[in-house]
Design a protein around this ligand. Structure first.
Ligand code: AMP
Length: 279
């Protein structure tokens, strides 16, 4: 497995692989890898000849009061997990190599980015779309895999690819959970045992809402209430619990078309997200 730290290294590997007509898959991550990330790698391997995992805690997608500096990092462990998973190359750039001091070009998706996490985290998705397009260009990937854990992000990337005719196939991967239901996330490391226990109320509420949906309930109010009550009863602070149209990410009063029930909530200082696609 190759470790690529510079722009020159990834560009030269890309040229070599493309000259041999190898199909390249990219799995963009911020590292501190877990089974959710590795499930993306397995999907990528099945769809390509070579897999690149990028590990980059992208400063452009963090707000001024967010956790950029304390975001968990363990490159040695990530490297080992990637090697075990059969990754061909890890791209691990420095922020100063990814962004020139006078970087001034941004990719702005202007519709889906306005709600949910986009409303709570101004500028976040501008940072995501910009770095993802850079990573697509650098890696020369034909396919890229994104997890449904970050549903809004995946939908925005798919929109960017369509709108800008980016020649990359975007694959959505299922959300991977702990056996007790908690959505796997690098940020789970921040949770104290009591906070982690409380955080289970998010997935519990989501499962109950999903059950109601399967039983035929379509009105947003009862679907959202069960999630809100679950989180509030466990002492969580809700950022949003919302039922959105999957195509527009605008609120739905009735889930009469493919919908996304999305949640963001704080347990302690830690902001967690979770969701379910209702379709
Ligand atoms: P991150 O390192 O958190 O930026 O995530 C990198 C990629 O892994 C994104 O496409 C995420 O959606 C995906 N991912 C993170 N956690 C999970 C999970 N629990 N299940 C599936 N995909 C995930």
């Amino acid at each position: 497995m190759k470790i690529l730290r510079s722009i020159e290294e990834i560009e030269s590997l890309r040229s070599e692989w493309q000259s041999r007509n190898l199909r390249i898959a990219l799995v963009p991550t911020m590292g501190y890898l877990h089974a959710g990330h590795l499930s993306l790698v397995h999907i990528a391997k099945a769809q390509s000849d070579r897999v690149i995992v990028s590990i980059f805690v992208n400063p452009a997608q963090f707000g001024p009061n967010e956790d950029l500096d304390r975001y968990p990092r363990d490159f040695d462990r990530d490297e080992r997990l990637c090697a075990e998973a059969g990754v061909d190359a890890v791209f691990y750039p420095a922020a100063t190599d990814m962004y020139a001091a006078d970087h001034s070009t941004w990719v702005l998706e202007d519709s889906l980015s306005q709600t949910l996490c986009g409303a709570s985290r101004p500028g976040h998705f501008r940072g995501v779309t910009t770095v993802v397009l850079k990573l697509f260009n650098l890696s020369g990937c034909s396919v890229a895999v994104f997890g449904r854990k970050d549903a809004q992000q995946a939908l925005i990337i798919r929109r960017m690819v369509r709108d800008l005719n980016v020649p990359v196939q975007v694959v959505f991967a299922p959300l991977v959970r702990e056996p007790d239901g908690l959505a796997l996330s690098s940020r789970n490391k921040y949770l104290s045992p009591a906070e982690r226990q409380g955080a289970l109320s998010i997935s519990r509420g989501i499962f109950q809402a999903e059950e109601r949906y399967r039983a035929g309930v379509r009105e947003a109010a009862p679907l959202l209430a069960v999630v809100q009550e679950s989180i509030s009863a466990a002492g969580g602070k809700i950022d949003y619990v919302a039922l959105m149209d999957q195509d527009t990410l605008r609120p739905l009063a009735v889930a009469d078309r493919p919908a996304l029930l999305a949640v963001a909530a704080f347990f302690g200082q830690t902001r967690l997200i979770d969701n379910v696609f209702l379709e």
